[in-house]
Design a protein around this ligand. Structure first.
Ligand SMILES: CC(C)(COP(=O)(O)OP(=O)(O)OC[C@H]1O[C@@H](n2cnc3c(N)ncnc32)[C@H](O)[C@@H]1OP(=O)(O)O)[C@@H](O)C(=O)NCCC(=O)NCCSC(=O)C[C@H](O)C(=O)O
Ligand SMILES: [Mg+2]
Length: 303
């Protein structure tokens, strides 16, 4: 089984922006934004009578002006909706990096989509992301995460959807997300147990960003890899909070240097300036520096 450290360690998912597939202006803007990944949404942001037009927009976008250097994900409508079959046909035609399934309730949903992808020969590069945003999804998070192994290893990432989860549970939207934290931690634990990434929920605030920044910091402290976003104004905060400070990078470099010193050969635990450091910290430091390197390369390119 993949361990947390062997799971594509340098893939960046700090800022995962949702772009409504019906919004031509937003689709065009996606090219110039500094987010790490884009979710092209066919679900909640597209009215039922506009679904066909939105799919057509995506077919054109992916054929003519595909996103470069960032992950592209298409969010389809739910498996039990009248839109799902045509959405999947569009996904298979567009060949994004991943398909995002909303409202995943259990492992069968993942298996069903893995089978569809296998039938269409789209499994070579196309991965599955799952939104955990229903009470059953949270309760079954470990089984869903584990199902990635039987579904050809295609399951790659969880994204939490707190708007739906609040709606279904009755938990109120309050600062600190007090009563939602147990659900969130369950999702992260399940993801980590099976080597998946985990993306924190959208925050609906995009004008006054104080509360949003606090939520980013909380999500990072909980262990999320990044945050799903709804507006370009949220990108900078996510990139900062889910990136690495100069201090964190310096500390990681010091750990790598300490274990590279011949004097530590054969040692599993050392004293680094009064802190106990073990080889597991070396793994963490190497992972951090690999991601930091990808960030530097990306920022160098966009600067
Ligand atoms: C929330 C919005 C409807 C706000 O739109 P608007 O009023 O147009 O915002 P601004 O005028 O401030 O926009 C400024 C410029 O930025 C562009 N823009 C805005 N949003 C996006 C975007 N998401 N991607 C790309 N570009 C964007 C505007 O076009 C303006 O450009 P310019 O013309 O050059 O000035 C809107 O932001 C929006 O629709 N956001 C996305 C909504 C969405 O995707 N919803 C689905 C995801 S949420 C979710 O999944 C919840 C989850 O399921 C759960 O259960 O929790
Ligand atoms: Mg939702």
């Amino acid at each position: 089984m993949k361990s947390i450290n062997s799971h594509h360690p340098a893939r960046l998912r700090r800022s995962v922006l949702s772009v409504p597939a019906i919004n031509a202006r937003a689709l065009e803007k996606a090219h110039g934004l500094a987010c790490d990944a884009v979710i092209f949404d066919l679900e909640d942001s597209v009215a039922p009578e506009k679904k066909a037009e939105a799919r057509e927009n995506l077919r054109r976008f992916f054929a003519e002006t595909p996103l470069s250097g960032r992950e592209a994900i298409i969010r389809v409508n739910g498996l039990d909706t009248e839109f799902f079959a045509e959405d999947m046909a569009a996904v298979i035609a567009c060949r994004p990096d991943a398909v995002l399934l909303p409202k995943v309730d259990g492992p069968d949903d993942i298996q069903h989509v893995a089978d569809l992808l296998a039938e269409s020969d789209a499994t070579e590069s196309l991965r599955i992301w799952a939104m955990i945003e229903t009470p059953r999804g949270v309760l079954n998070a470990a089984a869903i995460a584990g199902s990635g192994r039987t579904a050809g290893g295609l399951l790659d990432c969880f994204v939490v959807g707190l708007n739906d989860l609040r709606k279904e549970t009755g938990v109120l939207p309050e600062p600190g997300r007090t009563y939602l934290v147990p659900f969130l931690m369950q999702v992260i634990l399940a993801a980590r147990a099976y080597g998946l990434d985990a993306i924190d929920s959208v925050s609906n605030e995009f004008r006054v960003l104080d509360a949003y920044e606090t939520e980013c910091a909380q999500g990072r402290a909980m262990g999320f890899d990044g945050k799903m976003l709804i507006h370009p104004a949220q990108i900078d905060g996510a990139n900062r909070h889910f990136g690495f400070s100069a201090e964190a990078k310096a500390e990681a470099k010091a750990i790598v240097a300490a274990f590279a010193d011949p004097a530590t050969a054969g040692l599993n635990v050392i004293n680094l300036d009064g802190h106990m450091v073990e080889r597991l910290h070396l793994d963490q430091a190497e992972r951090l520096l690999a991601k930091a390197q990808v960030i530097q390369e990306r920022e160098g390119k966009t600067a």
